[in-house]
Design a protein. Structure first.
Length: 407
């Protein structure tokens, strides 16, 4: 399903909501921005276009799930007017759109804004305005600073946690091996590098060689060649799906066969593995906190059946195994849970309070043993992961569920 077609439908739905949802009480306009008797406005930005556009599929799935909620009659008598704008993975555009959502559209709160660059550019503004910034889609560790960003909660496992899980696994499998890291030159990639520095300490400089790329670069081929020439036996990619696909393909062309790992954000079958060639990624290791709907072990799983039914009705023709759609559906369920917990009190203070009060909540596609657990002074909603390996047709999970404090 194309972005243009999908956004047109969402836009029409929004127009329809505005048409029948006048502000029927003065408190809605004066005391509860974005809230009326029949509607709640929620904002977000996603890279529907640009270098990280595959990640925009997360936003499309959230919009689709909001349509499902609204078709059910909404939550507590209110339908959701989800205003999701395209920032093209550009910080200036993210700033422009977020200001519009807050100051012009007057959203009640932000939910699920995706991307480390965009969130970096807008988080101080939103916290300064005391706008709830719920479950942002980035694992950059700086966003988990509760004291600095009290209105923000994160929706992805921390990149620091994931990085240390990878470092420990490499050390277990290849003690003393030389390690290559190709990372996106922003907070996403740097968090993985810093995790390896923290894990290996004094040995880091002797054992790890790195190369970086910009999201505007056309290719990472030269970086992969240089890292191969370093003689590394283990290779970590930390970035976004487009460049993960290039890395997998180039590594294969070079005949380089290190222990290869790549971050969960990049581990999209549809956006990374299939474009690279499924056979070229055999043996690649990533992490997961979600189910693979094509894995036979989930054939009779109630959560997977729920996900398939949702996708069939609201995103017909979309790739079921695209992790961005899977995660987007999980985010949609999280938004639903947040509003249910908030009840009739949609004040910004209560939205923040409820975002930090979600506990032991497992969306349909969450792996067993993993749950959303926020806290009064905890900004991370997911702190557990499991390793998985690509076998040529699907990912196979292995080992135990790992938590933020078990690496």
């Amino acid at each position: 399903m194309t972005s243009a077609r999908f956004n047109r439908r969402a836009m029409l739905a929004t127009v329809g909501l505005i048409a029948f949802a006048p502000l029927t009480a003065s408190f809605a306009a004066d005391e509860l921005p974005g809230v009326s008797a029949t509607e709640v406005k929620v904002g977000a930005t996603y890279p529907f276009s640009g270098p990280a556009s595959p990640l925009g599929n997360t936003g499309k799935a959230v919009i689709a799930y909001v349509n499902l909620i609204n078709d059910r009659g909404g939550i507590n008598g209110r339908k959701i007017n989800y205003l999701a704008l395209d920032d093209a993975y550009s910080p200036p555009k993210a700033v422009e759109h977020v200001r519009r959502l807050v100051e012009s559209d007057e959203v009640a709160f932000m939910f699920g804004q995706l991307g480390t660059p965009g969130n970096s550019a807008t988080i101080k503004y939103l916290n300064g305005k005391k706008i709830p910034d719920a479950f942002i889609v980035t694992g950059a560790s700086k966003f988990t600073d509760f004291k600095e960003y009290p209105y923000t909660t994160t929706g992805l496992p921390s990149y620091d946690t994931e990085g240390k899980v990878f470092a420990k696994y490499i050390e277990q499998m290849l003690p003393k091996a030389k390690i290559a890291i190709l990372y996106q030159n922003d907070d996403l990639g740097k968090d993985f590098v810093n995790a390896f520095k923290a894990y290996f300490k004094d040995d880091y400089a002797k054992r790890v060689v790195t190369a970086s790329y910009e999201v505007t670069d056309p290719t990472v081929d030269s970086q992969v060649v240089n890292l191969k020439n370093s003689g590394a036996e283990a290779f970590l990619f930390a970035g976004t799906p487009k460049f993960a696909a290039q890395t997998i393909r180039k590594k294969f062309e070079l005949g380089w066969t290190p222990l290869f790992l790549f971050n969960t954000v990049a581990a999209s079958i549809a956006s990374a593995i299939q474009p690279a060639g499924a056979d070229k990624a055999v043996g690649a290791i990533s992490t997961a906190f979600y189910k693979d709907p094509n894995d036979p072990q989930w054939k009779d799983d109630a959560g997977v059946k729920t996900y398939r039914a949702f996708m069939d009705k609201y995103m017909p023709g979309a790739d079921l195994v695209d992790v961005n759609y899977i995660f987007g559906s999980m985010q949609g369920e999280l938004l639903e849970q947040l509003l249910k917990q908030a009840g009739q009190d949609l004040s910004r203070d209560n939205i923040v309070k409820q975002a930090r009060a979600i506990a032991k909540f497992s969306p349909s596609m969450m792996l067993p043993g993993i749950a959303v657990n926020a806290g009064a002074a905890n900004s991370q909603s997911i702190t557990q992961l499991q390793l998985q390996r690509w076998n040529g047709t699907s990912f196979e999970r292995f080992g135990d569920v790992l938590s933020a404090d078990s690496h």
